[in-house]
Design a protein around this ligand. Structure first.
Ligand SMILES: *Cc1c(COP(=O)(O)O)cnc(C)c1O
Length: 392
């Protein structure tokens, strides 16, 4: 018999309103799994996009406590926010837009990616401003077809980088790439990308570039593709305890524990007659006398409007489908004849161990991925942390 799950923890007063409960011990447990799987390779916890909606700084601290030694973000502003919070671990930002605050990043000791000679030139210029060489990770497109130099542009990028490095204007510390199909086990592009990556590193060595950090693996490859580990792995979604793909296994099978529970409370409970239209455009009509409950979360909070009549929530002891149109700030559930009261807890998704849907259930219902379900939760929803340690 499995032990019954612990009761929901006592929450601070701000949790009275709808909130995302973030279990930092779950983050630590999942990161510990990733660090173990990475073996001798170091682990960069990817905390972009406000930690996939979980809160960047608390999750970054928890990941570092659990053995991650690097943090990965998309834009420089995210890296500077980590520094402003007092986090001095190595950080890489990989999306360098024209006009980005490069000098501030270099001064703050943030590593930066470059996949074109134009970005290298901008980094070299910013290095000149700060009097400190930029630490650069060269980006090779091994087949994703997104950022980085294509195979044909790679020699020119290496040559330009080697020249700027020789002039002391930057330091090439890494070479990296990103997978297209890591969530599809055995997909032929995975091995092809690993081979192209190794070839790209050898070619760079021919230009005198021997960076100590070669990195390629996202969550899926960290967990399941040791040949892709190289010197450093870059897991994101798994840091937050979610499976990088339903085909790869459940969080429990992968040694992960989902960190986010999205919860609210019924703000109204009312009895209505049969044939009552519910919410905008009456996309739901009651087929009997029933009780409706109002939930104070809507599409402005990141609840997809496509969840109308589709996704399920746990309330008053059972899972119930959303009844009618998801509005900007609220939606309705049909509670039938079950007992429910004002203030009763509604769990939209969580780890699933109390019968609530998971982020993966929402993704399956909506034809998307769990990443999108958690990352889109909006800023109006307070993040309430469990297991937070004091800031240093
Ligand atoms: C988002 C991202 C990751 C993390 O990917 P997951 O699938 O969430 O593990 C790693 N590297 C890069 C470049 C990314 O953009």
């Amino acid at each position: 018999m499995t032990p019954s799950p612990a009761p929901p923890p006592a929450l601070p007063p701000e949790a009275a309103q709808a909130h995302a409960l973030i279990d930092l011990d779950a983050v630590r447990e999942s990161v510990a799994t990733l660090v173990r799987r990475a073996g001798p390779a170091a682990t960069m916890a990817v905390v972009k996009a406000d930690g996939y909606g979980h809160g960047m700084v608390p999750c970054a601290r928890a990941a570092l406590e659990a053995g991650a030694s690097w943090l990965g973000v998309t834009v420089i502003e995210e890296a500077l926010a980590l520094r402003a919070a007092g986090i001095d671990a190595p950080v890489l930002a990989w999306l360098i837009a024209p006009g980005a605050p490069l000098a501030a990043a270099i001064a703050a000791g943030v590593d930066l990616a470059a996949g074109s000679p134009a970005t290298l030139a901008a980094l070299a210029a910013a290095s000149g401003e700060t009097g400190r060489p930029a630490r650069v990770h060269l980006t090779l497109d091994t087949g994703l077809g997104r950022e980085g130099a294509s195979r044909s542009d790679w020699p020119a990028l290496c040559e330009a980088a080697a020249k700027l490095a020789a002039d002391g204007r930057l330091e090439v510390v890494g070479i990296w790439s990103h997978f297209a199909f890591a969530d599809a086990p055995g997909h032929p592009t995975v091995q092809a990308q690993i081979s192209r990556f190794s070839e790209g590193c050898e070619l760079a060595a021919g230009y005198g570039l021997r960076p100590v950090l070669r990195h390629l693996a996202n969550s899926a490859a960290t967990l399941l593709e040791p040949r892709a580990h190289f010197d450093l792995v870059r897991p994101g979604i798994a840091v937050y305890g979610l499976s990088p793909g339903p085909a790869l296994g459940t969080p429990a099978e992968l040694g992960l524990r989902p960190a986010m529970s999205l919860r609210g409370r019924l703000t109204l409970v009312k009895r209505v007659p049969p044939g009552s239209g519910v919410s905008y455009a009456h996309r739901y009509t009651t087929d009997r006398e029933t009780t409706l409950g109002l939930v104070p979360l809507g599409y402005a909070d990141g609840i997809p409007r496509a969840a109308t009549n589709t996704a399920e929530v746990l309330v008053a002891g059972a899972r119930r489908r959303i009844a009618g149109t998801v509005c900007m700030d609220q939606f309705v559930v049909d509670l039938g004849d079950d007992h429910a009261s004002l203030g009763d807890e509604v769990v939209l998704f969580g780890p699933g161990d109390r019968g609530e849907p998971t982020a993966q259930d929402w993704a399956d219902a909506l034809g998307t991925i769990n990443y999108e379900i958690v990352a889109r939760i909006g800023p109006r929803i307070p993040r309430v942390y469990l297991g937070e340690t004091a800031a240093p």
